[in-house]
Design a protein around this ligand. Structure first.
Ligand code: URA
Length: 270
């Protein structure tokens, strides 16, 4: 007997799921509508009276004990991460950190991928849906393009190290807010210091403007080399177009190719 293909009902459900994905609905939140009028206050419900101290959670380092909520949300740059000298400790500190609201909606922390001994470190923006599910950066369509771009200059995930400015997925893949970026910045700067690469690549506007302190948009900044300050030295850092942008605007691939060749040349010199 010939296979009849999917049952009509299955095909209709698949089409519906595709439609939901296309319009940005990518998470199931529940079958029944929540009754917000009778729900107990959530952790994000504003408190009427500010509490003097948040309860101190056990099993987190004293360094990262939560500040009063308002302070923790806005003043994460005050975190002192200087005592954190290993990737494992940095990851544990991020797992324990509650100062970035994105953590509440993300599935998990997306820390890094690749070779911590690599000469080159890439910093993207924030995880998307695939990264959020798998817990690794750049594993979705943009990541596949990034792998092709790296392969074009003889690199792969054994010869680069990859992380993001933000470690938790913004809902619907929206651009992270300045407050979210600030709350995660101490972690990414410490991450760069621990990896201590020879060359850094900032992928896309958020990474370029945050780390390279430029106000130029990415289409002007791309291809430029910057000096990123590390303790005792500065690091050569290249601004590059984000692969997700290249998926949407393939005409820019020529510029991306020029930047990749500049990167290859810099790696060959260092
Ligand atoms: N875009 C990013 O900037 N980072 C990822 O990890 C995935 C997509």
């Amino acid at each position: 007997m010939m296979s009849a293909g999917p049952e009509p009902e299955t095909a209709a459900l698949a089409a519906l799921l595709r439609f939901y994905a296309d319009i940005g609905v990518d998470a199931v939140v529940g079958e029944t509508a929540p009754d917000h009028f009778n729900a107990p206050p959530s952790r994000d419900t504003p408190r009427e009276m500010p509490r003097e101290r948040e309860p101190v959670r056990e099993n987190i380092t004293p360094l990262l004990r939560p500040q009063p909520l308002q302070v923790a949300r806005s003043a994460a740059p005050g975190l002192d991460l200087a005592g954190i000298t290993s990737l494992a400790a940095l990851r544990a500190a991020m797992e324990a950190f509650d100062g970035c609201a994105l953590k509440a909606t993300a599935t998990q922390l997306v820390f890094a991928d690749g070779n911590p001994e690599a000469k080159i470190m890439l910093v993207g923006e924030a995880p998307g849906g695939d990264e959020d599910r798998q817990g690794l950066p750049f594993v979705g369509r943009a990541g596949q393009l990034l792998d092709l771009m790296l392969a074009a200059i003889g690199l792969d995930r054994t010869s680069v190290y990859i992380t993001n400015i933000i470690a938790w997925r913004p809902p619907g893949n929206r651009t992270p807010t300045p407050a979210e970026i600030q709350s995660c910045l101490p972690f990414v700067t410490r991450h760069i210091e621990i990896i201590n690469p020879d060359v850094m690549v900032c992928l896309g506007n958020v990474s370029v403007q945050t780390l390279l302190k430029t106000r130029e948009g990415i289409t002007r900044a791309r291809g430029q080399w910057f000096d990123y300050p590390l303790p005792g030295r500065s690091l050569r850092a290249l601004a590059m177009l984000h692969p997700a942008f290249l998926l949407r605007s393939p005409a820019f691939k020529r510029q991306a190719w020029a930047d990749l060749q500049a990167l290859r040349a810099m790696l060959d010199r260092t």
